[in-house]
Design a protein around this ligand. Structure first.
Ligand SMILES: O=C(O)c1ccccc1NCC(=O)[C@H](O)[C@H](O)COP(=O)(O)O
Length: 226
């Protein structure tokens, strides 16, 4: 399911129509947000209904914020996601404990604003399956992700290529190609950039985002092999 050259994740889906746009566009991962303050919040029961549409076609990612192992394992029991995304201030040890208790690979999101924010990447990378490098939320934000803010992608150019990180934060159909060219991520993740209002996904923008990202990844690949 996960593309060898670029993993594309569409996050914060909450309707069958927009989920279909992500799947038919060829998304590798689709994300459900379980943070109650988010405009993209879905209940586990609603997510389980939507997940039936995606199972076997794309990885189902459950996004949780500062949950403990027990709560994460209970969600996994109900939803049977392929992966958990931790988007709070979970320590590397808690992230590893959640992976172990739930039996699911964990992607840990880390906020980036300056080069110093990357110092903790190796500690997390040693404990989880994937790292997602996202913009930091605004200081007064009610929820810690999905704010459509980009950060300076050039900060990532010195990262170990073996890290195979995912990139998010303010990506959209117009800038994703440039983000891929500059940061060379193994994957990209988008939410606000494919919406017409907070929490309201736009099927046409989802298709456009996936097409732009695939085209940019193919061009990079061609450049590397030419
Ligand atoms: O999207 C949310 O509402 C959300 C709420 C709480 C924690 C994380 C959240 N989203 C995280 C994501 O995976 C987003 O895709 C990522 O932050 C990028 O968002 P955006 O800049 O809006 O594309």
């Amino acid at each position: 399911m996960v593309n060898a050259t670029l993993t594309i994740k569409i996050c914060g889906l909450s309707t069958p129509e927009t989920l279909d746009a992500a799947l038919s566009g060829g998304a590798d991962m689709i994300g459900f947000v379980f943070h109650p303050k988010s405009p993209r919040f879905v209940t586990p029961e609603r997510a389980a209904e939507l997940a039936a549409q995606a199972r076997g076609k794309a990885e189902i990612v459950a996004l949780i914020v500062d949950w403990d192992e027990k709560r994460a394992a209970d969600l996994v029991e109900l939803l049977k996601p392929d992966r958990l995304q931790l988007h709070g201030s979970e320590s590397p040890e808690l992230a590893a404990a959640i992976a172990s208790a739930s039996g699911r690979p964990v992607m840990k999101a880390l906020g980036v604003a300056t080069a110093a924010d990357l110092d903790r990447v190796p500690r997390y990378a040693a404990m989880v399956d994937r790292i997602l490098l996202d913009a930091k939320p605004p200081k007064d934000a009610a929820f810690p992700g999905g704010h459509g803010r980009a950060f300076d992608w050039t900060l990532l150019t010195g990262l170990d290529p073996a890290l195979r990180f995912m990139l998010s934060g303010g990506l959209d159909p117009a800038n994703v190609a440039e983000a891929i060219r500059v940061a060379r991520p193994a994957g990209v993740d988008v939410s606000s950039g494919v919406e017409r209002a907070p929490g309201v996904k736009d099927p046409a923008r989802i298709a456009e985002f996936i097409a732009s990202a695939r085209k940019a990844a193919a061009a990079m690949q061609e450049g590397l092999t030419a």
